[in-house]
Design a protein around this ligand. Structure first.
Ligand code: PRP
Ligand code: MG
Length: 213
């Protein structure tokens, strides 16, 4: 059997549809049984693993998957040794700090001594350190925007895309921590044989992306 490249994509979540569409636009057909967590392309030496978003960086670092399509925000947060090969232009969002809308925000120093809820503790800590701020970080894995309303935190640091989740929860964005979009990442030491396949895939991806601009 010839060499194959293994790519991890989201099993469910906001990047999944666009990730699979991109592979399709690259001319790659994936035989997908429903609920199948591993599938093969029929016309390209590629195997697809459907994984939980937050597990993907570790799998790529360990070489279980050679490459992956994932949000830059996750790559940054997980602090793994990965190579970002290509930004993919979809799933654009930002990691931002937000406060209840009735708070009179006076600037960054407002956050000193405050309690903040987030699913991105490493990224937030980096931002706070860079700005000499000392806060109490409370980690929750989802529904972060609810935290101020239930007295769990003074403010939050979470992803913002359309802004509708902030709005619905009476919060207002006050600081941008980082911007993110979907990207193709790779393990740092891919074999030569796999590199040749990756080059072919990247060539197709770049053409698809160029055609959209
Ligand atoms: C994500 C993110 C924000 C929201 C941003 O949450 O954590 O809450 O989307 O999108 P918006 O600005 O377009 O409203 P998600 O819905 O994935 O749920 P979770 O946080 O509970 O995982
Ligand atoms: Mg959320």
């Amino acid at each position: 059997m010839g060499e194959k490249l293994t790519i991890a994509v989201q099993k469910s979540g906001r990047l999944q549809e666009d990730s699979l569409r991109l592979l399709k636009e690259c001319g790659i057909s994936i035989d997908n049984g429903k609920d199948q967590l591993k599938a093969n392309a029929s016309n390209f030496p590629l195997e697809v693993l459907y994984l939980r978003n937050s597990d993907i960086p570790q799998y790529v670092q360990d070489g279980v998957a050679d490459i992956a399509i994932i949000g830059e925000n996750v790559v940054i947060e997980k602090q793994k040794e990965l190579e970002i090969l290509q930004k993919l232009g979809f799933s654009k969002c930002r990691l931002a700090m937000a406060l209840p809308k009735d708070v009179e925000y006076t600037g960054l120093e407002y956050f000193n001594g405050k309690k903040l809820a987030t699913s991105y503790p490493n990224s937030l800590k980096q931002f706070l350190d860079a700005n000499n701020l000392d806060c109490d970080i409370h980690v929750i894995s989802g529904s972060v925007e609810i935290a101020p309303n239930i007295g769990l935190a003074d403010g939050i640091c979470d992803l913002v895309s359309s802004g509708s989740t902030l709005f619905k929860n009476g919060l207002v964005e006050v600081e941008e921590v980082l911007v993110s979009e979907a990207c193709l990442v790779a393990n740092k030491d891919i074999s030569n044989l796999k590199s040749a396949i990756l080059d072919r895939l990247l060539f197709r991806m770049k053409s698809v992306l160029a055609a959209k601009n």
